[in-house]
Design a binder for this molecule. Structure first.
Ligand SMILES: [Zn+2]
Length: 212
């Protein structure tokens, strides 16, 4: 079957490389990529209605806001990549219906990672507050423990990289992952995302082309 219209949905845990892989896929295929967090940032500017609602009235961004923002930017290209949508069960159903109405074939790329390895990789990250260089206590150690090679500053761990914060994010993802995979079952391409970046990228391309 050859699809005239194809929507590739990227799904992966935080830190799984979803953004990087979406970017590479866009580069290799020329598909139009929609990154939901970028669109939200663009919309949440002082002076617009949504911004006032969220920052002045303290209303949380809900699924309908997400749909509105996506529709605002969506240009109905023949091949698209979606990053950061869906994130909830309602978004999963809404997007499924939306893509079908627009006659897209759907392929959901699930970046499957070993979560224990991922947790180790993320919580081993260290950061220089002076020159912003990144280190890793497992794979990219500084010459002196805890000290930046370039300027001698004391390395710090970002709050997002602490075990507490990161495992919470991982858990939140795990809770919706199975639901989303269930909504899109039949359209799921699973990729081993523990491989290196280039290998994962080739794997995705190969599987998408085969499925097309
Ligand atoms: Zn430094």
């Amino acid at each position: 079957m050859s699809a005239e219209k194809l929507a590739v949905i990227m799904l992966g845990a935080p830190g799984s490389g979803k953004g990087t892989q979406g970017e590479l896929l866009e580069k290799h295929t020329g598909f139009k990529r929609y990154v939901m967090s970028d669109l939200i940032k663009k919309e949440l500017k002082p002076g617009n209605k949504l911004y006032d609602k969220i920052f002045k009235e303290g209303v949380l961004l809900n699924d309908n806001n997400i749909f509105d923002i996506f529709r605002m930017y969506f240009q109905s290209e023949n091949q698209i990549i979606l990053d950061g949508l869906p994130r909830t069960l309602d978004q999963a159903y809404w997007l499924y219906g939306f893509l079908l109405r627009h006659k897209y074939e759907i392929q959901l790329v699930f970046l499957n990672v070993d979560e224990e390895k991922l947790l180790t990789r993320i919580t081993s990250r260290r950061y220089c507050p002076v020159c912003h260089r990144l280190y890793n206590t497992e794979t990219k150690k500084p010459k002196l423990e805890g000290i930046c090679d370039d300027d001698g500053a004391e390395l710090i761990q970002r709050e997002d990289d602490t075990e507490k914060v990161f495992s919470e994010r991982l858990q939140t993802f795990d809770e919706v992952k199975d639901i989303i995979l269930d909504v899109y079952k039949g359209d799921v391409i699973e990729v081993d995302a523990d491989n290196d970046i280039e290998e994962i990228s080739r794997d995705i391309l190969k599987k998408i082309i085969v499925r097309k």
